[in-house]
Design a protein around this ligand. Structure first.
Ligand SMILES: Cc1ncc(COP(=O)(O)O)c(C=O)c1O
Length: 283
């Protein structure tokens, strides 16, 4: 596999990052993930714009996003040709410098890494059977809008879910279920979809935005309000959104079974999302 590292495409066996890299030592890095559908990057502009905001959010210098766009297209052309359904990962760290908390002075070049790997989607019937989630306290920091590689709370929450016999965890902050470990969180109640508004406590998901647009186009009412955790006992449907698989049905929440498969509104949004991403002209 060819990967992009600091300005060059190299074989993965030759791609080396220093043990002094601040991404490794401090988690001093941000990242972005882009889905390729039929070999084409979906909503690339929005992902790169978010990467730009993440870089600024941790005081990393701005990168040439046009150049990164070409890198993604190059990876899609080279790796994505044989694996049309794939993910492109981009990570930018503050570079390699002997371990010391303050930023290197003078600054060192950032480490810029990107690769493309296949995305193995489940067969639709299995996928639509939905996943199980559990709620967990949100013990992350207050800048969740930055897509940093500091994912330890997310990793631990995911493991907590796994140990509880579930597939994912939904973070609860101040009594509100706001997002999952790597996805945004939606419920359906009385025919309306509801999800937390964008604040510093969630990642403004690209798929979340797409789903909000699709709901509006379909005439499905939308409420941008966080979900009170006790209300989860009354919601009709639940789903997650993320770059990996778009709209992901949830059929069990904290042990409460909502149904055998995606509910009707989740199913409509799933179908609309799938149709959109398979359109050749989708940006
Ligand atoms: C914490 C968190 N929330 C939400 C999302 C969904 O964002 P997107 O739809 O842009 O993938 C992610 C994706 O990785 C995430 O890590």
């Amino acid at each position: 596999m060819r990967v992009y590292l600091n300005g060059a495409f190299v074989d993965e066996s030759e791609a080396r990052v220093s043990f002094d890299d601040r991404g490794f030592l401090f988690g001093d890095a941000v990242y972005e993930v882009i889905r390729l559908y039929d070999g084409r990057p979906f909503r690339l502009g929005a992902h790169l714009a978010r990467l730009g905001r993440s870089l600024a959010g941790v005081w990393l210098p701005a990168l040439d996003l046009r150049q990164l766009e070409e890198v993604v297209h190059e990876l899609a052309a080279v790796e994505g040709a044989s694996i049309p359904d794939a993910l492109v990962y981009i990570q930018v760290s503050r570079g390699a410098s002997p371990r010391n908390h303050p930023f290197p002075d003078p600054p060192v070049p950032p480490t810029v890494l990107a690769w493309c790997r296949p995305y193995h989607a489940l067969p639709p019937d299995q996928f639509l059977a939905g996943i199980r989630v559990v709620t967990v306290p949100d013990d992350r920091w207050a800048k969740c809008w930055i897509k940093t590689v500091n994912l330890l709370p997310n990793v631990l929450a995911k493991e907590k879910a796994r140990r509880a016999g579930a597939d994912d965890a939904v973070f609860v902050r101040d009594g509100m279920a706001i997002e999952a470990t790597s996805a945004n969180f939606f419920v359906v109640r009385d025919g309306a979809v509801q999800t937390a508004p964008v604040t510093n406590y969630i990642l403004p998901g690209i798929s979340r935005q797409v789903v909000l647009e699709l709901a509006e186009a379909a005439g499905i009412p939308v409420r941008l309000e966080p979900v009170v955790v006790e209300d989860l006992a009354q919601v009709d449907e639940v789903f997650l959104t993320h770059t990996g698989c778009g709209v992901e049905p949830v059929t069990t929440v904290d042990g409460r079974r909502l149904g055998p498969a995606a509910g009707p509104i989740t199913r409509r949004l799933y179908d609309a999302f799938e149709a959109l991403v398979r359109q050749p002209e989708s940006p």
